[in-house]
Each structure stands twice: as C-alpha cells, then as structure tokens.
Design a protein around this ligand. Structure first.
Ligand code: HEC
Length: 139
C-alpha cells in the first residue's frame, strides 16, 4: 500500500469519526428535548370548577397513597402536582381523562416510570382529586 493511500484512509476515518461524534451530540440534544416535553403545556381555557369538589379532592388525596409518589411542589417518584396543574387546563375533559388514569394507572406521559393502578377508588373520588391537583396555583 502506498503511504498516500494510508494517509487518505486515516483522513477519511478521522472525518467519519468526527461526523459520528457530532451526530451523537445532536442526538443528545434531541433526547434533552424529549425530556423537556415534560414542560409541554396542553392549550385550553380553564373552566369554573365547584370549590366543594376541590376541597373534597384535597381531603381524599391526604387519605390515599398519592403523596408517597407525588409532592406538591417538587418532583418525586412522579411529577409534582403543580407541574401537572401547569400542564393541563382545568377542564372537565382533562379531569375525566386523568381521573380514569389514576384508577387504571399508567406511564409514558412524563418520562417517569409507572403510576400503579388505584382500583379501589371511585371515579367521582379521583375526579375530585384531579380537580384539586389542577386547581393548584399555576405559575
Ligand atoms: C407508585 C407511585 C405513584 C402513586 C402512589 C401515585 N402516582 Fe400519580 N403518577 C406517578 C407517576 C410515575 C406518574 C407519571 C405517569 C406518566 O408519565 O404517564 C404519575 C402521574 C400522575 C398524574 C398525571 C397523569 C398524566 O397523564 O399527566 C396525576 C393526575 C396523578 N399521577 C395523580 C395521582 C393521584 C391522585 C394519586 C393518588 C390516588 C397518585 N397519582 C398516586 C406515580 C404515582
């Protein structure tokens, strides 16, 4: 092999290497974007929710296991309640959707592992809980 050929190959390799390392940097960026999806906010206007339902939800949550995975202000095993409040408008459709999810359990929305199911809770109870969560101050 001619030395020139080896040199050209080396050059090619270096080029390839620098390209691929650039690529993985870009990939890291998109992964970070995926994580930032956590702050994705669902658009929509708030609806008026019965304050009694909100109060009932607060009590129910304190008697359930929610606080073993959620904190009001900061992340724990699950997203913080205020982050959830920031994400969804207070609308009956989202209350129903999330209330169903609390009963069934689920994953995949926040990049956290799994929320276990709560089959013993009634739909109207989880609706009240979610109404309370969504009513938390939106910053
Ligand atoms: C075992 C830990 C755990 C417990 C207990 C738990 N959660 Fe969760 N919760 C999670 C995780 C993890 C997520 C994120 C799920 C996801 O990314 O889809 C979550 C997400 C949520 C969400 C947002 C769902 C969404 O799709 O945006 C609500 C609302 C919620 N939890 C309410 C509750 C309520 C109310 C209780 C108590 C009845 C509760 N959680 C108990 C771990 C838990």
């Amino acid at each position: 092999m001619k030395p020139g050929f080896i040199l050209a190959n080396l050059l090619l390799l270096t080029l390839l290497f620098s390209c691929s390392s650039k690529e993985s940097e870009e990939k890291l960026e998109t992964d970070a974007e995926l994580v930032a999806k956590e702050f994705f906010v669902v658009p929509g206007e708030d609806e008026a929710i019965d304050p009694e339902q909100i109060q009932k939800g607060e009590v129910l949550i304190s008697y359930s296991d929610c606080y073993s995975c959620h904190k009001e202000e900061s992340r724990a095993k699950g997203p913080s309640f205020t982050d959830i409040a920031k994400r969804y408008p207070i609308k009956q459709v989202y209350i129903d959707l999330l209330a169903r999810k609390v009963i069934d359990g689920g994953s995949g929305v926040w990049g956290y592992p799994v929320m276990g199911p709560h089959p013993k809770l009634k739909f109207e109870e989880t609706q009240a809980m979610v109404a309370f969560i969504l009513s938390l101050e939106k910053k």
